[in-house]
Design a protein around this ligand. Structure first.
Ligand code: UT7
Length: 322
């Protein structure tokens, strides 16, 4: 049996920090509202001139170093993002060139906040089938560029960052199962309503911003993440108590707490970064994973449940023997 094992993680957050107090000066909000309703205290926002691939490159280099491999050893690059540097070529190709890699397949995945879970799922299939032995899987976003800084219902939530992992073929341990889903009927609850095909004038006017019916998204997210937990455990004949760590998408501390409660897990077993990172969309799960690996909480052989929910709607989970 061949598994896809995570052998290195990396994360990168832009140096520039925006606190809730900074946001109080921009929109009609309060530090208390943001903390109470979301759990966010601060977030990192890229400087002008920094691009998503800059963040992705920094995170990738750290993951490559942690895995103790050379960039040239990588046989597959998958980058999950909704905020690509260019319409084309894919940001994965731009990243590939930055890393000095030539010839291996490189492509983007667009599944918004579930993007990293989707990317990990696809990369695992390449490794399990023997097509690739080493893969770089990245989630990176620069959401600050698609936020309406006059809309308090969204601009206090999202942020910038990148996380990456190296996956390698391993005979003994690694990803145990992957579960991804989508339901496009929810398109209009969380979206950037304008693009090349629709509302191109708004794009040209620089008004292609995130819009979200937060309350409705919240309810579906809580229920859906509860179901994905059940699906993942049932598929593997496992019990809730088997899971050592929940590494959730960081959209709202109340959503994370609800999922932990569903798993009957103490919050000590949940990796929480939303307070410091905000919602970094596709970057949030690999960033959280990297934080808990580097601070020594997550240890070899532990069982991790990674999960996410996002625009589309898309959702999914990955069960990992680390
Ligand atoms: O990552 C992808 C998936 N995304 C999610 O899962 C996000 C899911 N949604 C949420 O996390 C929450 O719905 C939000 C954090 C976005 C909003 O929290 P909420 O408790 O659902 O608030 P709400 O939208 O029901 O708004 C409650 C009140 C409203 O005022 P009224 O109508 O009660 O007078 C809003 O206008 O809070 C107001 N409000 C704010 N007040 C201060 C909304 N945003 C703000 C704000 N500061 N930033």
């Amino acid at each position: 049996m061949v598994y896809a094992r995570i052998t290195g993680t990396g994360g990168y957050l832009p140096e520039n920090i925006m606190t809730n107090a900074d946001l109080e000066k921009i929109v009609d909000t309060t530090d208390k509202w943001i903390r109470d309703r979301t759990g966010i205290e601060q977030r990192h926002i890229a400087l002008e001139g920094q691009t998503m691939v800059d963040l992705a490159e920094a995170a990738s280099r750290k993951a490559i170093e942690a895995a103790n491999i050379e960039a040239q050893d990588i046989e597959l690059i998958i980058l999950a993002t909704s905020t690509p540097d260019k319409i084309f070529p894919s940001s994965a190709c731009i990243l590939q060139a930055r890393l000095g890699i030539h010839g291996c397949p490189a492509f983007d995945i667009q599944a918004v906040c579930s993007g990293f879970i989707y990317a990990l799922t696809v990369a695992e299939k390449f490794i399990k089938s023997g097509t690739s032995k080493k893969a770089l899987v990245v989630g990176a976003e620069i959401f600050s560029r698609i936020l309406n800084w006059e809309d308090r219902s969204t601009c206090v939530l999202f942020a910038d960052g990148a996380g990456a992992v190296i996956l390698e073929a391993n005979d003994e341990t690694g990803i145990i199962s992957t579960h991804i889903h989508a339901d496009g009927k929810y398109e209009n609850l969380l979206h950037v309503p304008y693009g090349i095909g629709d509302g191109y004038d708004q794009v040209k006017a620089g008004k292609a911003f995130v819009e979200m019916k937060g309350n409705e998204v919240f309810k579906v997210a809580v229920n859906t993440l509860g179901r994905i937990v059940d699906e993942t455990l049932a598929a593997n004949n496992m019990m809730k108590s088997d899971i050592d760590w929940l590494v959730p998408h960081q959209a709202n501390i109340r959503i994370i707490t609800a999922t932990a409660k569903k798993l009957k897990m103490s919050m000590d077993q949940v990796v929480v970064t939303i307070n410091k990172h905000g919602n970094t969309s596709a970057a949030s799960v690999p960033l959280a994973l990297d934080v808990a690996v580097r601070d020594g909480r997550i240890k070899s052989n532990e069982l991790l449940l990674l999960e996410a929910f996002g625009g589309g709607f898309t959702w999914g989970s990955v069960l990992v023997r680390y």
